[in-house]
Design a protein around this ligand. Structure first.
Ligand code: ZN
Length: 58
């Protein structure tokens, strides 16, 4: 079982799921909000949140 971390930004009042390109292996890569530019490490408005989702093979 793997844990998939899904990031959200709620800058518009409604959580927006952020794109997270898992194909990139760069440690510095992280999802960025297309609306306000916030990211998990640069979140001045504290609008970033995440949810860990279990992934199961079926
Ligand atoms: Zn945002």
């Amino acid at each position: 079982m793997e844990i998939l971390r899904i990031w959200y930004c709620s800058c518009s009042g409604k959580p927006l799921e952020l794109e997270n390109d898992a194909h990139l292996e760069e440690e510095e890569h992280e999802p960025v909000c297309p609306r306000c530019g916030a990211s998990p490490s640069s979140d001045p408005k504290h609008s970033i949140s995440f949810r860990d989702q279990d992934t199961r093979d079926e």
